[in-house]
Design a protein around this ligand. Structure first.
Ligand SMILES: [Zn+2]
Length: 194
């Protein structure tokens, strides 16, 4: 939808970030749906390597869902962007290439609302560089926390367990088919082996 009143000037970047089990996807979907009530045209993108759920949807833990287009990289996102889109949702942004930072700025400069969702840190507690940069450059940042499964504190870390034991710092970030498990932990209960 295009506003008839040309004085209306949207266009910004908002980032939702945090660890796993913090309700990020729930927040992401709520924000996008809110724009659809105001008749904005929404388009949601996710990286194709997100193998965990439906290719054509983003689904929250509580089963809320929005339609999504899977893309291989930030260039493909631009190619698949419809000319009528006003609001661009980008899910699992930590798995995009670093150019996604410039793409988000570009879209906002072109008067689009860009809602970005992603993990701010990997299981080791190291920042994903593109998310770190997006959080710095964004117009608005919402950092969400989970609850530590060990002690009940606010959790800011994603604990990775492989066969029940804390993962090693040198383990690859994305391992498909590995028997691993993730849980939310606070800084005191988070463990990484070296
Ligand atoms: Zn804890």
């Amino acid at each position: 939808m295009y506003f008839l009143n040309s004085n209306v000037q949207t266009g910004w970047v908002e980032v939702i970030a945090g660890c796993m089990f913090a309700g990020k996807t729930e927040e992401f979907i709520c924000r996008l749906v809110r724009f659809s009530y105001a008749k904005f045209e929404i388009q949601v993108f996710k990286p194709t390597l997100d193998f965990r759920c439906n290719e054509n949807q983003v689904v929250s833990h509580s089963k809320k869902a929005v339609e999504a287009t899977s893309v291989n990289n930030s260039d493909e996102l631009l190619v698949k962007l419809k000319p009528t889109t006003n609001v661009v949702g980008i899910d699992e942004v930590q798995f995009f290439d670093n150019n996604i930072v410039k793409v988000a700025d570009y879209l906002a400069d072109k008067r689009m609302v860009v809602v970005v969702n992603g993990l701010d840190k990997d299981f080791r507690g190291e920042p994903f560089l593109n998310v770190e940069q997006l959080m710095t450059r964004a117009d608005e940042v919402k950092k969400l926390h989970a609850i530590c499964v060990k002690c009940g504190n606010l959790a800011n870390m994603t604990q990775r367990l492989i066969n029940g034991k804390p993962a090693n710092y040198c383990d690859q970030i994305v391992l498909i088919g590995e028997k691993d498990k993730y849980e939310a932990r606070c800084r005191h209960c988070h463990e990484v082996t070296y």
